[in-house]
Design a protein around this ligand. Structure first.
Ligand SMILES: Cc1cc2nc3c(=O)[nH]c(=O)nc-3n(C[C@H](O)[C@H](O)[C@H](O)COP(=O)(O)OP(=O)(O)OC[C@H]3O[C@@H](n4cnc5c(N)ncnc54)[C@H](O)[C@@H]3O)c2cc1C
Length: 428
């Protein structure tokens, strides 16, 4: 890709975005807002108008949810050449083109890679090729699961993270009782501590789900058509299945970058400006593997676009580890670390029918879990993000509030006055 000379690039340049979803569209919108009036091409391999992924389990449960409900930027509002339903298959940097599966070549001076991730089916014999095994990442997955679940007697979900439990919730709502296999000893192991996760597990069990925790799928039994009829776990248990939902991980969509010279360690390797290793190439969203959540894909799309327009914008997000969980009307939020390591101080309490946990390091909050009542989440996020030391506040942690950080100016106005840290102790 050519090097871009700021002003003429902004008016005459050609930018190609691969990936017509959250990061790509937010990037496109930001490019136009920032004054890029050159040619913009957006390539997306899915045959649908762009849609939100978080409600995919609703698609499983209820069928098609109207596209109007999408929180993505409206496709029609973005002035671009749209190439939907066709995959980018190769980046040829010598010719400065992106090649498409239909043989077309899309020329560009700069490229934004926003191709996200795909479900990764565990590498167990027969699982990847079976027609009754699906991930839950795309609308086509949701449609296939909905269709097959309706007539499936035994449904097994591999993975008890957010996506696996989203699927389990939808399947339960369809009147089925799935079995969920998870390698970790708790559910939601990447989102919450064991105490907070156990509340959800009890609810899922009440709803008819059963769990196999600390277990791995080791083998399969398949019928003559290649469909999986049973999964064998590492303790020898056999689980009959007519539908398997694999929610045990993802892999970045980077196949089209093979031999392009764009470095990919795991996802696309980027610096703090989201620039990839090749000039004029940027990446944003899940494909960078910097994060896997909606708000960060938005921020990355926008930051990459700013940088492409010559406005240096660092992407640094202290909340890469922010999680929200909401099942059965119970909301939990975790920010930062949710299990203490050596040298951390941990404060836990049952709070107003819920649960609260704060972890500090040298008096500075580094992690919080709120379950049930999350009204203080803004307060804790502020302290964690700004690394504010609370050691000198002589109060129980549950009573600390923004008021403890304000004094008064001589003219009576509030003034921010974080207490000096002279006491590394931490009181519960
Ligand atoms: C079921 C589910 C539930 C979720 N729930 C939440 C939630 O509650 N909260 C939250 O914060 N996040 C949630 N997420 C995560 C969130 O949706 C993602 O972080 C976000 O979608 C990432 O956006 P992206 O644009 O980077 O990637 P994606 O949304 O994955 O989009 C990438 C697009 O690029 C396309 N593509 C890939 N390769 C090519 C190619 N070679 N050529 C052309 N197109 C290509 C893909 O088909 C896809 O359309 C959820 C995700 C899933 C799957």
């Amino acid at each position: 890709m050519k090097s871009r000379n700021s002003d003429s690039f902004k008016t005459n340049g050609r930018i190609v975005i691969v990936g017509a979803s959250l990061a790509g569209l937010r990037g496109a919108e930001a490019l136009r807002k920032e004054g890029f009036t050159g040619h913009l091409t957006i390539i997306g391999d899915e045959p649908y108008e762009p849609y939100d992924r978080p409600p995919l389990s609703k698609q499983v449960q209820k069928g098609w949810v109207k596209a109007d409900h999408t929180k993505l930027p409206r496709m029609r509002a973005i002035d671009a050449e749209w190439r939907l339903g066709v995959a980018a298959t190769r980046l040829d940097r010598t010719k400065e083109v992106v090649q498409l599966a239909n043989g077309d070549e899309v020329p560009g001076d700069a490229l934004l890679i926003a191709t996200g991730v795909r479900s990764s089916i565990p590498p167990v014999h027969g699982l990847r090729d079976a027609e009754n095994v699906h991930g839950l990442h795309d609308l086509s997955d949701a449609k296939a699961i909905r269709e097959k679940a309706a007539n499936a007697d035994n449904i097994v979900i591999i993975g008890a993270g957010l996506v696996g439990l989203d699927a389990a919730y939808a399947i339960v709502e369809m009147g089925k009782k799935p079995v969920i296999v998870e390698m970790a000893d708790t559910i939601l192991a990447a989102n919450l501590d064991a105490r907070a996760a156990s509340v959800y597990m009890a609810k899922f069990e009440e709803a008819g789900c059963s769990f196999r925790l600390g277990r791995r799928v080791d083998g399969t039994e398949c019928d003559a058509s290649g469909a999986v009829t049973a999964l064998t776990l590492d303790d020898g248990e056999q689980l009959p299945c007519s539908l398997v939902i694999a929610a045990a991980g993802v892999r970045p969509s980077i196949e089209f970058l093979k031999n392009s010279g764009v470095a990919c360690e795991q996802g696309v390797t980027v610096n703090e400006y989201l620039a990839a290793s090749a000039a004029g190439v940027y990446a944003a969203g899940d494909v960078t593997l910097l994060s896997g959540i909606w708000p960060n894909a938005v921020k990355q799309g926008e930051a990459a676009a700013m940088n492409m327009c010559g406005v240096p914008t660092v992407y640094g997000d202290a909340f890469a580890l922010k999680n929200t969980v909401n099942f059965f009307g119970i909301v939990s939020l975790s920010v930062g670390r949710f299990t203490a390591s050596d040298g951390d101080v941990e404060y836990c309490r049952e709070a107003r029918g819920g649960y609260e946990k704060v972890i500090t390091r040298d008096g500075v909050p580094v992690g919080v879990i709120l379950q049930g009542d999350i009204s203080r989440s803004g307060f804790w996020q502020y302290l964690i993000k700004n690394k504010i030391n609370i050691a000198a506040i002589r109060k129980p942690v549950r009573k600390i509030s923004f008021a403890d950080f304000y004094g008064f100016e001589a003219n009576g106005e509030y003034k921010w006055a974080a207490p000096a840290c002279n006491n590394p102790g931490f009181r519960s």
